[in-house]
Design a protein around this ligand. Structure first.
Ligand code: FAD
Ligand code: NAI
Length: 474
């Protein structure tokens, strides 16, 4: 006999597991199905983010940054390090432990919130009395019936045509997080978020990293001034970033040879020991029986939803990477909460204009709202204020003065339209700006709020003051 639930969530990534918990908090009976298995074949909820994305990449970024500091920066503080060594196996094992802690944490949260978890693949069987029938297959085998279904099946790495990932030489994010020995020469195709973050990890650990990017502009989604600064700093650190290339044939053997045409039109080839391909991700919809039940996909394979994450099927919702919008864990989570609240008859809401973006390189890069080039293209009158970390006392004390904060505000109303940061702790500093924009604050609001001294957040305040040309420390 089929097990009956108010809500079945397919996928336990940040979108799915958060939706399941929120729905349970609101008094619904909830099941969550997830197919991800750990190395021992057991359940590993948390999706891409926990298993091969946000969490393990940040663990490696942290370890590799400590290594780089010990090797290159401690001396500036008068700290001598002798006999510095790298135990890569331990560094990777620590990352795996962090992942497992997160997997276990989600299983604990499911128990605490009375969410029933099924380890297996979920697929639509069809519409039945009382809602939707969803089949779970392997390791668990179940037939579930739910009034509402939330599809949160996420995304997978996109491969280059004719170059499947073997995860030994040609690596997706998965293999790139587990390279067993530091490659002498590492190639990266795609200078997007993954290419820059994982390229930075392996460069810090000793690899010679070359990145090949198709677009002529670096980080086109970021503010141009910030992207320019980022390119300068990352290049100085040793990342070789080639823009405007066209990838040709890729040959694998003892080494990997990538033929490409450079920006000037000259034929080039790059020989590396390993190649990371990070050229974007594709939505996961196979196995859902989407076609069988008429769940509509767009031309790029994303599930078609409206602004509130409703699909064309009654009481079937879709969230996160499998639908339009930025592929970010916090966007998936916000959609999950909003959908659970809508199912409960509340007015769940996601403000797509204030979703922050962060690139966890060193320095970190973060932003929220509009870029200066977008405002120019719109013909919107704006004022800009920038403040360099070089003039911030805390940054000088840290010994990390690269970068700046840039605040963009409406020329007439002074409402903050965008904030762009490159510098230490940019991932944390952006939150204040998101809150300000969510409350439709003016730049003067940030400028008049007391910020602790000495703190990096004073650079945000000073950039807000600079909008009115009255920065105090620069
Ligand atoms: P996923 O996390 O992909 O989860 C989907 C889950 O559904 C998976 O467990 C999958 O196995 C399961 N599934 C699929 N089909 C089925 C089925 N039919 N039945 C049952 N289960 C199924 N984002 C950030 O915001 N910050 C970061 O720092 C960040 N770093 C990243 C680093 C890397 C290397 C990568 C690859 C991504 C990173 N991201 C980051 C993006 C982030 O991981 C995704 O945006 C996020 O995981 C999307 O969440 P989701 O719930 O939509 O899908
Ligand atoms: P991306 O979209 O960030 O970058 C892909 C890059 O590859 C682009 O610059 C693109 O122009 C380039 N490219 C595409 N095809 C190419 C080709 N044939 N040859 C050369 N270059 C090519 O995608 P990425 O880095 O794979 O990351 C996937 C997703 O994961 C992103 O959408 C991102 O949102 C998410 N993510 C988020 C992180 C964060 O929030 N810190 C960290 C890592 C990933």
């Amino acid at each position: 006999m089929a097990k009956q639930f108010d809500v079945v969530v397919i996928g336990a990534g940040p979108g799915g597991y958060i939706a399941a918990i929120r729905a349970a908090q609101l008094g619904m009976s909830v099941a969550c199905i997830d197919a991800w298995s750990n190395a021992k074949g057991g359940p590993a909820p948390g999706g891409t983010c926990t298993n091969v994305g946000c969490i393990p990449s940040k663990a490696l970024l942290q370890s590799s940054e400590y290594y780089e500091h010990a090797g290159h920066h401690f001396a500036d503080h008068g700290i001598e390090v002798k006999g510095l060594g790298l135990d890569l196996a331990k560094l990777l094992a620590r990352k795996d432990t962090v992942v497992k802690q997160n997997n276990d944490g989600i299983l604990f949260l499911f128990k605490k919130n009375k969410v029933t978890f099924f380890h297996g693949t979920g697929s639509f069987s069809g519409q039945v009395d009382g809602g939707w029938s969803v089949k779970v297959s392997g390791p668990s085998e179940e037939e579930l019936v739910a009034k509402h279904v939330i599809v949160a099946t996420g995304s997978s790495p996109r491969a280059l045509p004719n170059l499947p990932f073997d995860e030994k030489q040609v690596l997706s994010n998965d293999g790139a997080l587990s390279i067993g020995s530091v490659p002498k020469r590492l190639g990266v195709i795609g200078a997007g978020v993954i290419g820059l973050e994982l390229g930075s990890v392996w460069r810090r650990l000793g690899a010679e990293v070359t990145i090949l990017e198709a677009m002529p502009n670096f980080l086109p989604a970021a503010d141009e001034q910030i992207a320019k600064e980022a390119l300068k700093v990352l290049t100085k650190q040793g990342l070789k970033i080639n823009l405007g290339v066209k990838i040709g044939e890729v040959k694998t053997g003892k080494t990997v040879t990538v033929s490409y045409t450079d920006a000037a039109g000259a034929e080039q080839s790059l020989v590396v020991d390993k190649l990371i391909v990070s050229i974007g991700r594709l939505p996961n919809t196979q196995g859902l029986n989407a076609e069988g039940v008429g769940l509509k996909l767009d031309e790029r394979g994303f599930i078609v939803v409206d602004d509130e994450c409703r699909t064309g099927l009654p009481n079937v919702w879709a969230i996160g990477d499998v639908v339009r919008g930025p592929m970010l864990a916090h966007k998936a989570e916000e959609e999950g909460v909003a959908v659970a609240e809508r199912i409960a008859g509340q007015h769940g809401h996601v403000n797509f204009d204030t979703i922050p973006s962060v690139i966890y390189t060193s320095p970190e890069i973060s932003w929220v709202g509009k870029t200066e080039q977008a405002l120019k293209n719109e013909g919107r009158a704006y004022k800009a204020g920038t403040f360099p970390f070089l003039a911030n006392g805390r940054a000088r004390a840290l010994g990390d003065t690269t970068g700046m904060v840039k605040v963009l505000a409406d020329a007439k109303t002074d409402e903050i339209l965008g904030v762009h940061i490159i510098g230490p702790q940019a991932s944390e500093l952006i939150s204040e700006c998101v809150v300000a924009m969510e409350f439709r604050a003016a730049s003067e609001d940030i400028a008049r709020i007391c910020h602790a001294h000495p703190s990096l957040s004073e650079a945000v305040k000073e950039a807000a003051l600079a909008v009115d040309k009255r920065a105090l420390n620069f």
